[in-house]
Write a protein that binds this ligand. Sequence first.
Ligand code: NAD
Length: 271
Amino acid sequence: MSNNLLKGKRGIIFGALDSNSIAWITAERVFEEGGTFVLTNAPVAMRMGQINELAKKTNATVIPADATSIEDLENLITKSMEILGGKLDFVLHSIGMSINVRKGKSYTDQNYDWTHKGLDVSAMSFHRVMQTLYKNDAMNEWGSIVALSYMAAQRVFPDYNDMADNKAFLESVARSFGYFFGKDKNVRVNTISQSPTPTTAGKGVKGFDGFIKYADKMSPLGNATAMDCANYTITLFSDLTKRVTLQNLYNDGGFSNMGVSDSIMDMIENS
Ligand SMILES: NC(=O)c1ccc[n+]([C@@H]2O[C@H](COP(=O)([O-])OP(=O)(O)OC[C@H]3O[C@@H](n4cnc5c(N)ncnc54)[C@H](O)[C@@H]3O)[C@@H](O)[C@H]2O)c1
């Protein structure tokens, strides 16, 4: 269903790896709402080739960019403005990666080279993207920038490992850069803190199956799906949320304000 909420708006969507990716589903929804965009991902992710399918469906151009490379980001942003015919109205940062998580290193036994890489890819990349947009004056007034986060930035989820620290950094960058983007360019910057979602990045976290079921049973509305996240992002890209900025917004079925639920109590009492 389309309400043309993004008609005439242009943007960049980072992080569509496959059809489960939150960015993939968001791109489909942005297209339905009338937005035009460039799709981007790390060159290594392009080799899988699936992004071209999405590009075809959504009339998008694909420009590879490693989010840890300023050179790649400069090229991406300049070319995107040329292709789309002007400055940008929205940007989605949907990027996350931890080698410690991937290789099963525990939080108490990190390989710091990997920790550093994960921070660079998952969090500092958001600063880098925004700094490149800012310096190139690439955002239209009243534009909107969104990154995706997780509640482990505030609360302990032991197996989320160093990604918890990366998300805390990411959310802080949203506030700090959001101040300058708001004051100087009338652009808003927010993070969405999303429920566990079965994607490549999500399923890479140890114990994900238990994790996602637990969150679902704790949340009065159940877990937010990737489609719910895409829809929330559409509202943040639209003109309906013009003065929402510097926020970390929970899209989690109510999980973040729960102590315990009947469903979890039943499980414990009957175990
Ligand atoms: N899946 C979940 O449970 C969940 C929950 C909350 C937040 N998030 C966040 O949502 C975002 C999207 O993840 P997803 O769940 O859709 O998984 P995903 O694996 O589909 O997406 C992660 C993306 O990051 C990209 N990426 C990795 N290194 C990169 C680099 N150097 N440069 C550019 N891109 C790079 C990957 O290629 C991939 O497309 C991430 O920030 C993730 O942390 C996910």
